[in-house]
Design a protein around this ligand. Structure first.
Ligand code: UDX
Length: 440
């Protein structure tokens, strides 16, 4: 294989689109594939179909350089690529805990007949352990080309930091069965490896597990501090102070120790559920039974937020106007998948309030999923006439907001901070009642 393999990226969601653009930025020739013509047309026109800071600029730059383009044709992808990155989604199955493998299976089966001799498929999608082994058997059985192989190369990018995480990852994990497969992956990541970036070379099973166990650990850390928030509420403690004090212990560390409304998004919630489902199939469900509690603690925060808001509203939402600041599952994203903010907003509306939402990026997506909620173009407009304001996604814009400006338009100066991100001193000084989860 030449020094610079030609790369393809199959599936152009958050993961795939970012990977395709960043690999082109690193100097590779990249062909991205999606089965949705509309997505491909948008990307070829320089338009990123979701919100990700820094990505639109890099997309335009690399389309212009001629190193990057997108197609719907598997034949073209097979002809083009030395290394094919499989980046399609694995959402939670409807009505089940397990991951839906339909997209992975469809992409894999569509690609196999078109592979060139010596091609490598590198799976990046988050999959249940055992998937790579199954796909490798299928590849061996069905591929007409010779010397084709599968590797598993999990991806750890965070939405909102996707470009940075792809260009400068913490680590690379290569699940391989041969030296050739490792060499091909090393060639495909040469500029990243040279940074330097640590590479863990391992078997398929471990490579697949790294991803789900990383997400399980992060989810556990968030639920741990949220469980402490529940205890703080019972004893009159302050979870933000507790978290700060814990963070100085370098064995614990402060990251992912931020208490509040809990985790959402397209990864953490469904990954811990799929992990439990897979552990059950493998006969080791006991090993992961603690994740049930992690999930339960997380969902309890949403219920507690609704209760706290109702308490501040005087015991009932009936006839109340409630402003909700934030719809995305976290700041710097327009992603509303399993968003705690929208979940709380919809529940409160169902309980009789008129809810008005503002989010800097996620309103278009939110409107599709929750057309029953009101949407306003600014925080001030959402808050106009509100009896109660809820801060549910910690965008910088909300942190920097002047409480006096909002105070001028609301009907009642009551704010509940679901993310422990606003400054209580500032809000109280401006005449607001400030309440938050896990603190007095
Ligand atoms: C996550 C993993 O971090 C990433 O490595 C993996 O590749 C995909 O899943 P992402 O879903 O983009 O990334 O979001 P992340 O930044 O991990 O946040 C997840 C959720 O946890 C958000 O809802 C966030 O608000 C919440 N969170 C995070 C907390 O409630 N407290 C914290 O301290 C940190």
């Amino acid at each position: 294989m030449s020094q610079r393999p030609r790369l393809t990226v199959i599936g152009t969601g958050y993961l795939g689109a970012t990977h395709a653009v960043c690999m082109a930025e690193l100097g590779f020739e990249v062909l991205g594939l999606d089965v949705e013509q509309g997505k491909v047309d948008k990307l070829n026109a320089g338009e990123v179909p979701f919100f990700e800071p820094g990505l639109p600029e890099l997309l335009s730059k690399n389309l212009e350089s001629g190193r990057l383009r997108f197609t719907t044709s598997y034949a073209e992808v097979g002809e083009f690529g030395d290394v094919h990155f499989l980046c399609v989604g694995t959402p939670q199955k409807k009505g089940e805990m397990a991951a839906d493998m339909t997209y992975v299976d469809a992409a894999f089966s569509s690609l196999i007949p078109h592979l060139r001799d010596g091609a490598l498929i590198a799976g990046k999608s988050t999959v249940p352990a055992g998937t790579a082994e199954r796909l490798a058997t299928q590849l061996e059985r069905d591929a007409k080309a010779s010397g084709v192989e599968l590797a598993w190369n999990p991806e750890f990018l965070r939405e909102g930091f996707a470009v940075e995480d792809t260009l400068r990852p913490d680590r690379l994990v290569f699940g391989v069965r041969s030296q050739q497969a490792e060499d091909k992956l090393r060639a495909a990541f040469a500029p990243v490896i040279d940074l330097p970036t640590p590479v863990v070379v391992t078997d398929y099973a471990t490579a697949q597990l790294v991803k789900v166990s990383a997400n399980a650990f992060l989810a556990t850390k968030i639920s741990f501090i949220n469980a402490m928030a529940e205890v703080c509420e019972a004893v009159g403690g302050d979870v933000t102070q507790l978290s700060k004090a814990l963070s100085y212990d370098t064995r614990i560390g402060g990251r992912f120790l931020h208490a509040g409304l809990g985790f959402g998004g397209g990864c953490l919630p469904k990954d811990i559920r799929a992990f439990m489902a897979r552990a059950g199939e493998l006969g080791v469900d006991q090993a992961l039974s603690f994740l049930k509690e992690v999930d339960a603690i997380n969902l309890r925060r949403r219920a507690r937020m609704v209760d706290l808001a109702r308490e501040v509203a005087g015991g009932s939402f009936g006839g109340m106007k409630v402003a909700v600041l934030g719809a995305a599952f976290k700041p710097n994203s327009d992603d509303i998948r399993d968003s705690p903010a929208l979940d709380v907003a919809a529940t409160i509306q169902r309980q009789g309030a008129a809810v008005c939402v503002y989010d800097p990026a996620a309103m278009e997506n939110a409107l599709v999923l929750h057309p029953e909620l009101g949407y306003r173009e600014t925080a001030v407009e959402a808050a106009r006439g509100a009896d109660l304001v809820l801060h549910l996604t910690e965008w910088a814009e909300f942190r920097e907001m002047d409480p006096a400006v909002l105070g001028d338009v609301v009907a009642g100066k009551h704010i509940v901070d679901g993310r422990n991100a606003l400054d209580p001193v500032k809000w109280r000084a401006a005449g607001w009642t400030y309440r938050a989860l896990g603190r007095p």
